[in-house]
Design a protein around this ligand. Sequence first.
Ligand code: GUN
Length: 289
Amino acid sequence: MTQIIDGKARAKELRKELKGRVSAFVEQSGYPPGLGVLLVGEDPASAVYVRNKERACAKAGIQSFHHQLPREATQEQVEEVIDQLNADAQVHGILLQLPLPDHLDAEPLLLRILPEKDADGFHPVNAGLLAVGQPRFVPCTPLGCVDLLKWAGVEIQGAEAVVVGRSNIVGKPAAQLLLAEGATVTICHSKTKDLASHVGRADIVVAAVGVPEMIKGEWIKEGAAVIDVGINRLDDGRLVGDVEFESAKQRAGGITPVPGGVGPMTVAKLLENTLEGAIRQEAEKQQTV
Ligand code: GUN
């Protein structure tokens, strides 16, 4: 029987646990953890993500500070809000919602976020810390993927893991996390020759390419664990992942659905990162008094 890895259920469990940890933090510190969220423009998908994140914060007892700039905002205006959030003692985590409008340059903006408040883990300092085995803020989606594998009882140590996608946000950090857990990791991408043969060897597949149903069910090794990060909207309105779900389910030992797989985990891990940022910043404060 194929196990459907229910990210929605796991995220609910995590958020409940987190609520308790947030209460303990408030009791000890006297103030709530805070997340600053910056949305530029009116991209409807981004607006939905941001709303979900802010609602989840409120439920967990985390304060969120919403900043919205119009689509035509300048690089300098975005920098100004980031500087303001960097300087705000009530803000322990900062999230700049991506993608940004085309005229803005995301890279220097992500660099401008203080690494100590980089709840998304996109700052090169945090990417570097992960790469040298001293993780601080780790990107939320890869954290959610590895959490789901462990929760589903998948043995990562010694496993052949194939990550499809090499983005800084998902593919690369997912590979780093799996490597740290003792997997033998292959990163595949758009230039990979014979993707099917790589996927066919994998005990663990993490699909993060953003191409609807690109990974065919017949490629999946019998019993493999399949984590599908893709969320793609088809012309007929259906939401599908990067993996052909129905055919992959016939072969996989466990597979995440889309929606209801990795998506809810990203939000839960963002809340966790924000709390952990607040805990670290509080500890630093105690050391300096
Ligand atoms: N856009 C899509 N996913 C994400 C995410 O995890 N963080 C940010 N900042 N933007 C995103």
